[in-house]
Design a binder for this molecule. Structure first.
Ligand SMILES: NC(=O)c1ccc[n+]([C@@H]2O[C@H](COP(=O)([O-])OP(=O)(O)OC[C@H]3O[C@@H](n4cnc5c(N)ncnc54)[C@H](O)[C@@H]3O)[C@@H](O)[C@H]2O)c1
Length: 278
């Protein structure tokens, strides 16, 4: 991929083994980018329990695996994307370590807080919106400040979802946050284009990551189906007959971050095997 070698990328929420963020970091590093493995790093309260978050030992493991490839270099910088000071410090540490920051991938996300709409708790709503939308806002803001300072443009990529295009039951907060990410993408693309900063979103459908596995369990139980039948149902309604792979998303991110996408901004690209097409 043209234009990736020597660039620096931050991938939020990339500290969980088997996750989309890990795959994106690995793929960008294979193309010669220096990558920051960023994640919350430790459980925090009921909404961010150890079953759902990337830990600092997983982050270190991912860094070791990437550095073993001897392509782009990796480092771990824990950051809770809900906290502006933490985000601004992450940017400073990144620039100190690698000398620049060119690609911001907003991948951190909470997709495991699902409640019937009329019972949806304010605390749950805030937990989802604070990570998925406010987190993307803060990282885009501080990423753009750094890119403007460097004066060479840059790329911001928001990992949204099929839930940015369609509605899902029990997922009002998730769906609203992901639709919001598309609004953020379009607004920032229009405003930051003058600085040659391109802003795009990628919209995956189902991928069985740690989060995807939790969702399979949740929805199969709600529908009274066994896990495998539920998953087969997802594959059956997909034009390409399968679910997504983390590598599918990583490939799309590498393309959007590269010079091959130099005339693409404000886009919300479906990577869904044809299941979502608007
Ligand atoms: N798996 C899917 O089917 C699917 C589909 C569409 C979109 N997505 C989106 O892709 C992204 C990655 O999801 P995944 O499936 O790889 O799940 P994942 O659980 O592996 O990744 C989410 C990461 O976000 C991190 N995170 C949560 N709160 C955070 C915070 N406050 N600060 C920093 N990091 C925080 C978690 O620790 C975790 O590592 C998410 O934004 C998700 O909404 C996933």
């Amino acid at each position: 991929m043209k234009g990736l070698k020597g660039k620096t990328a931050i991938i939020t929420g990339s500290g969980r083994k088997g996750g989309i963020g890990e795959a994106i970091a690995m793929a960008l590093a294979k193309h010669g980018c220096n990558v920051v493995i960023s994640d919350i790093g430790e459980p925090k309260g009921k909404e961010f329990s150890k079953d759902h978050v990337g830990t600092s030992s997983e982050m270190r493991q991912i860094v070791r695996e990437i550095n073993k490839l001897k392509k782009g270099k990796a480092t771990a910088i824990p950051c809770d994307v809900r906290n502006e000071k933490a985000v601004s410090d992450m940017l400073k540490k990144t620039v100190k370590k690698f000398g620049s920051m060119d690609i911001m991938v907003n991948n951190a996300g909470v997709g495991y807080i699902m409640e019937p709409f009329t019972e949806f708790k304010e605390k749950s709503w805030n937990a989802v919106l604070d990570v998925n939308l406010k987190g993307a806002f803060l990282c885009s803001k501080h990423g753009a400040i750094q890119m403007q300072k460097q004066g060479k443009g840059g790329s911001i990529i928001n990992i949204a979802s099929q839930a940015a295009k369609s509605g899902f039951p029990f997922a009002a907060a998730y769906t609203a946050s992901k639709h919001g990410m598309i609004g953020l993408t379009r607004s920032n693309a229009v405003e930051l284009g003058k600085d040659k900063i391109r802003v795009n979103a990628v919209c995956p459908n189902h991928i069985t990551t740690g989060l995807g596995h939790w969702q399979n369990k949740f929805f199969s139980e709600k529908l009274g189906l066994n896990y495998d039948d539920y998953l087969q149902g997802i594959k059956d309604k997909n034009p390409l007959g399968r679910t997504g792979l983390v590598q599918d998303i990583a490939n799309a991110v590498c393309f959007l971050a590269s010079d091959h996408a130099s005339y693409i901004t404000g886009e919300a690209m479906n990577v869904s095997g044809g299941e979502e097409y608007h």
